[in-house]
Design a protein around this ligand. Structure first.
Ligand code: HEM
Length: 392
């Protein structure tokens, strides 16, 4: 069956302004970068369909990384695995990411946020993003992995540089390769020092224990550890910036949160819907697959436009409005299906605690738009700076 698909370029600078436009013409579109899925329903179906594979390996190959340790890591990673192998890799980590575990971490989060915010000067606008959003997730990773807190700046930088692959800029290839080499070396040294000091209760010690018990190979141990480190920080950093920016900019919503902080979790989810850091989640069709009456050939790029799907009027009433307490508010920002984000519970509590800190400590804080830089690159939201006048 042949259908004529609307034309759509998901990575063009105005793509994010398209949620209604392309949807009006259809749920599936075609452009120079391949297919784009725009409706919530079709996006959900694609993300849940194991025949669509994560596109990061193909992207690497297009950037010239066709063999060597970085290619091998990605080819064998959890994101690419299916069935029993996927479960084998995901399950050991899932015990550290479940709802009860991440709830228990709130006390630690509060301490870290207070520590990071201790130097903020309330008498002048501060770059809240640089001071807190960029530093918190890596500190949390160090806590979870049992790494020294002093390693946090390195962890943040490694996460940002390795995952810059997804910015789709081929000139970054040398940076990406050297960042992975640094990441692998860092983890080798960390594992060696944990062995020397004796294993603890942390995530990395657990993985080492699984290896020593014969449940994970050496390659799997390092693959798991590397997957968690690269994912630990950069997305949470930018998404936290988007949360703080959106909530502080809407004074009516902000006042409601100040009056009733129990609304914070709902507010965070609504920002995840409206401003998803991963605006596009890219997949590759593993075989010929029929989508909405169109046969998508094996090997095609299929870009799931999360920022369109999250504003699909067929799924969300008044989709571009910020509505606190929406029913069935399940944005696709953390994907869905078997590869849904393993760290989503953790990322949520991190963002909730940052907002809770501001609501309690600086209820009169406002954003300085002139000194704030927020944009998009490669289908992702990017927060460069977020100037906040704390006004205690
Ligand atoms: C706001 C922050 C975050 C966002 C928006 C985000 C988004 C995503 C998305 C969209 C995927 C799925 C990709 C796909 O379907 O191909 C994913 C997977 C994953 N994420 Fe996150 N993530 C965030 C934070 C984290 C954190 C903090 C961690 C760990 C500490 C983490 C660990 C992972 C892992 C391990 C996977 C692979 C899951 C699998 O393949 O089974 N993420 N994330």
């Amino acid at each position: 069956m042949t259908t004529t698909l609307p034309h759509f370029e998901p990575f063009s600078p105005d793509a994010v302004a398209h949620p209604g436009g392309a949807l009006a013409e259809g749920a599936l579109a075609l452009g120079s970068d391949g297919y784009t899925v725009l409706s919530y329903e079709l996006a959900t179906a694609v993300l849940r369909d194991g025949r669509f594979k994560n596109a990061a390996l193909t992207l690497m190959e297009e950037f010239g990384i066709t063999d060597g340790p970085v290619h091998e890591f990605r080819a064998n990673s959890m994101l690419r695995a299916e069935g029993p192998r996927h479960l084998k890799l995901r399950m050991p980590l899932a015990r550290f990411m479940g709802p009860a575990t991440v709830e228990n971490i709130r006390g630690v989060l509060r301490e870290i946020i207070q520590d990071l915010a201790a130097d903020l000067d309330p008498s002048a606008p501060v770059d809240f993003h640089g001071a807190v959003d960029q530093r918190l997730p890596a500190r949390v990773y160090c806590h979870l992995a049992g790494a020294p807190a002093e390693d946090a700046p390195k962890v943040a930088s490694l996460s940002e540089r390795t995952l810059s692959l997804l910015n789709r800029d081929p000139s970054q290839t040398p940076t990406i390769i050297s960042a992975y080499a640094e990441l692998f070396a860092y983890l080798k040294a960390l594992v060696a020092s944990k062995r020397a000091q004796g294993l603890g209760e942390d995530m990395l010690s657990f993985l080492i224990g699984q290896h020593d018990a014969g449940k994970l190979t050496e390659d799997e141990l390092f693959n798991e550890a590397a997957a968690m480190l690269e994912a630990s920080s950069v997305n949470t950093t930018h998404q936290t910036g988007l949360v703080v920016w959106t909530l502080l900019s809407d004074r009516e919503i902000w006042q409601r949160l100040v009056k009733d902080p129990s609304l914070i979790p709902d507010a965070v989810v609504e920002v995840l819907r409206l401003y998803p850091r991963p605006g596009i989640v890219s997949k590759i069709a593993g075989e010929d697959i029929e989508l909405n009456g169109t046969v998508v050939p094996a090997g095609s790029d299929v870009h799931v436009a999360v920022w369109s799907a999250n504003r699909d009027p067929a799924r969300f009433e008044n989709p571009s409005e910020f509505v606190l307490g929406r029913e069935r508010n399940q944005p696709l920002t953390f994907s869905t299906g078997s590869h849904n984000c393993l760290g989503q519970g953790l990322a949520r509590v991190e963002m909730e605690e940052v907002v809770a800190y501001l609501v309690k400590r600086f209820p009169n804080a406002v954003v300085h738009e002139d000194d704030t830089e927020i944009g998009q690159l490669g289908g992702r939201w990017l927060v460069q700076s977020l100037a906040v006048d704390l006004r205690p």
